[in-house]
Every structure is written in C-alpha cells, then in structure tokens.
Design a protein around this ligand. Structure first.
Ligand SMILES: [Zn+2]
Ligand SMILES: [Zn+2]
Length: 498
C-alpha cells in the first residue's frame, strides 16, 4: 500500500512539474517580462509583426543542455509571410549589431526562441553557435532572384534602358539609418515647460547610391497607388518593411508610398496630355481625332521607323515620346488619357477598375455643346459618359481593326468635333509573337495605312498614341510592368491639312 501511495504522489508531482513546464513558466514569463516587438521584413508579401509569445503555442519543445524550451521553427515563420521567391537568404540582426546570414534552404533546425535573459534569440542546431543572435531586432528575407516580380521591387528606367530592378531585401544592406524629425513635444510639470524633440529612425538611401552614378536632374516617380511626382529634387528612397517610399526631405509635401519606379530624364509628355490637347484644340473650334494603337510602345515605334513599317506616320508634324501610367495596362492607360489625371486621382489602376471617378473628355465635349464619337472593338472597356460604338469581327478575318476602321471612315464626315478610335491588333500580335516580331510589325504596317486614310479624310488635328507598350517574354510579349518597353509610347500629332 505504502509503495503505491508513493507512486501516486510521485506521478502527481511529475504531472504538476510537467504542467508548470508546459503552461506555467512561459505564462509567468509573459506576465512579468516585457516582450519587445520583432518584425520579419524584406522580400515577403506580408510583414510579420511579433509582439507576444503566441507564436510558441504550436511550436516544438527543444531540449538544449538539459533545459526544455519552447521554440518556433524559423522557416515556418518566414513561410507564413509568403516570400517573393523560393531562393532566399535570411538575415538575423541583433540589437548589439551582430548579424547572421543563413540560407533559407538550410533552416531545418533553426528556431526562434524567447527568454528574459536573451529576449528574442535564434537557435540554429545545424549551424555554429556564433549564429545564435541574442536580442534580435529584426529578421530580413532577401531574395536571391534577380529577375524580380514587378509587383514588389523598385525599378529605375530611362526611355531606352532598364537601369535597375531591386527588391526591398536586396536594398536592405545598402540603406543608411537616420533620424527623421517628427516634431516638438512639451509638457508642463512643477510649474515649468519640459521640451523634447521626437525623431523616428528610418532606413534611407539616395538614388545616386542605388545606381552608383550621378543621376539626371529631372526625374518622375511613380507609386503603385497611382501617384506621379515630377521633381528636380532628388530626395531619398526609404525602405519601409517590405516596400519603398519616396520622401522629399526638404518640403515634406512630396511623398509616395510604395514607390514602384523612377524615370530618369523623362519625356516632357504623358499620355494624360491627350485630355488637355483635346480641350485645347476643341477650344480653338478645331476638330480633333485621337487614334489609340493599343500596345504600341515607343521602342516598337523606333523599330518600325528604322525598318520602314510606318512610311506615313514617320512624316507627322510632331513626334515625341510620352510616359504611360502604373499599371501600364489598357484600363489605366485609357482612363489617364480620357481624364488627364493620374490613376491616384481617376481611380483606374488596373484591369479590375472600369469606372473613372472624375469626368472624362467626353463629358467636357458634351458640356461645350459639341459632338463626340468613341469607336471601340467588341467590348466596352471603361464606363464613359457616352457609350462607345462597338465593332465585332464582321468578316471573320480574326481582327476587329478593319471593322473599327470602316466604322470610323463611315462617321468621319458626320460633324463630330472629337473622334476617339481605339485599335487593338498590335497589342494582340505583340502578346502572341513579341513586341518586334514580323507578325506584329506587319500589323503596324496595316495600322499605318489606316492612320493615313483617317488623317487624309479628317478635317482637323489627329493625335496618334498608345495606352502602354509591350516587352518581350519567352513566349511572346506582355505589359503591366515598370520597364521602359511598357512605360513609354509615341505621341504623334498631325496638324490639319497635313
Ligand atoms: Zn492596351
Ligand atoms: Zn495587352
């Protein structure tokens, strides 16, 4: 009897001890120890913010030198933030300045742990003990893939070159930390005012340092929110967790959150000029026709020019280059042209948006008691104040452009002050065969002849431009990225009687 009582007592004691080990101690640690915030940042879609010990709830127990501790597998933690790519380095940064870089593929025995002595710390059972970073400040995921997903990084381009394409993680080690002034604070205590100045620590880099050479004076910055900033003041790029921002350090009023790209020495024109030019010409009681060659980028124009595919358009009275908008896709390109406003103001950022939030050129023309006609292909792309005249492929030749052309010619003498004609086949061929493929250029040649007939028949100004360009891909072409092939288009104007 005595023996079995002792066994029961022993079992109870063991269970109580186990219960304290599993539930009791970490709970006590959580109650009396300050848990500092720990972030996982860099090349991940979702920044991970850890501010309590909940991440250990499902984690394994590790037995290290006789101590049983709770740990969270590092790779699992990083995966929960959805890295941009599968090839990464993981940088663990301590408050004391010590840093360990581990390969993402070699994290099988790497853990994050917490205790009151070392705060957040790393345990890498497959790595030397020097990789144990105590009091971790942050963990950065760095993509080793250079051909980045344009949904995330920062690109710097000129009208003819893609200069840089960098992810937040890749820029991480190059940023300088500095104190950004936030403002004065003061409090009255014991009859006197106690003042202080508040700063926040930011990671910044000057654009020249990203490029390793001096940059042109004029730049255009574009955000994924559709904001566009023209500036001569270079300012600096800030790394903010998993994206870049732009801050004009001097005035503070120019700012872009989630900076997608920078254009160096940009052209003076934007596709938004379509709106203003239409207002200007019709204000002079001149007629204007806008011909949109979908997906005809500036470099394709130059290729067609050099290879004699555009014998008519090459002789226009004014030929310049214009910048498109983010994203360089049809909906946002058309909305920028029709409203004269950047996506941040007109509300059309991509294929998902169809309703401009501000009036389009058609509303202005109607308001001035003038007549407008909008000739489209077989689907309505944006909701505009006047409905487009749609054209199906009536003769089944695989294209609607010949039908759009015929419809436009039939209406060219019907007294319209503004005609907008949107052709599609250069974009279709560009997707299927590539931006400068023979098939695409053959369509450019056909479109050049359509433009010629329309210009000769129209008694007014004609603007020929594109919504966006096209870049080559392994199996054809695509667009929608901040690269020079997608972001620059020709802007051609024919004067009346030309
Ligand atoms: Zn398009
Ligand atoms: Zn397209």
């Amino acid at each position: 009897m005595k023996r079995s009582i002792w066994i029961i007592i022993t079992v109870f004691a063991l269970m109580a001890g186990l219960a304290i080990g599993v539930f009791g101690v970490p709970k006590m640690v959580q109650d009396r120890v300050f848990v500092p915030e720990l972030k996982v940042i860099g090349d991940i879609r979702n920044v991970i913010n850890i501010s309590d010990l909940d991440i250990f709830e499902d984690g394994p127990m590790l037995n290290i030198e006789g101590d049983t501790i709770k740990a969270s597998p590092l790779r699992q933690l990083i995966d929960s933030g959805e890295p941009f790519s599968q090839q990464n380095s993981v940088i663990i940064v301590g408050h004391d300045g010590s840093v360990a870089e581990l390969d993402y593929d070699d994290l099988a025995k790497s853990y994050l742990a917490f205790n009151s002595e070392h705060g957040w710390h790393s345990i890498n059972l497959n790595h030397p003990v020097s990789t144990k970073i105590k009091r971790i400040k942050e963990i950065a995921v760095i993509s080793k893939v250079t051909d980045i997903d344009y949904e995330y990084g920062l690109s710097i381009i000129t009208t003819g070159e893609n200069l840089l394409n960098i992810t937040p993680g890749q820029a991480y080690g190059r940023m300088t930390e500095y104190l950004n002034p936030e403002g004065n604070v003061s409090m009255e205590k014991d009859g006197s005012q106690h003042k202080a100045f508040i700063y926040s620590k930011k990671k910044v880099i000057r654009i020249e340092e990203l490029l390793d050479y001096d940059i042109e004076e004029n730049i255009v910055l574009m955000g994924r929110d559709g904001n566009i900033v023209y500036t001569g003041n270079i300012g600096s790029v800030e790394l903010d967790d998993n994206h870049f921002n732009y801050n004009d350090g001097l005035s503070g009023d120019r700012e872009i959150i989630d900076l997608a790209g920078i254009m160096m020495d940009p052209p003076g024109a934007s596709i938004m000029n379509v709106y203003n030019d239409c207002i200007y010409y019709t204000g002079l009681d001149e007629k204007v026709m806008v011909i949109i060659l979908d997906g005809f980028g500036n470099h394709q124009y130059e290729y067609a020019y050099a290879n004699n595919y555009i014998d008519f358009m090459r002789d226009a009275s004014s030929i310049t280059t214009a910048s498109s908008v983010i994203k360089p896709v049809t909906n946002s390109g058309l909305a920028a042209m029709f409203t004269g406003k950047p996506p941040a103001e007109n509300g059309v950022h991509n294929h998902d948006n169809r309703q401009p939030l501000v009036p389009t050129i058609f509303a202005s023309i109607i308001h001035d008691n003038k007549k407008a006609l909008y000739v489209e292909g077989d689907i309505q792309i944006l909701k505009t104040e006047i409905d487009p005249v749609l054209n199906i492929d009536r003769n089944n030749d695989g294209y609607t452009d010949d039908d759009i052309f015929e419809c436009s010619m039939e209406n060219i003498d019907s007294g319209f002050d503004l005609m907008v004609v949107h052709f599609h086949s250069i974009d279709d061929m560009g997707h299927d065969f590539g931006d400068t493929a023979a098939e695409t250029m053959d369509r450019v040649k056909i479109l050049d002849s359509y433009v010629e007939e329309l210009v000769l028949a129209w008694d007014g100004y004609v603007i020929v431009t594109a919504d966006h360009g096209m870049h080559p891909t392994p199996d054809g072409g695509s667009h929608g990225e901040f690269c020079y092939e997608d972001m620059f288009v020709p802007y051609i104007v024919f004067s009346p009687g030309q």
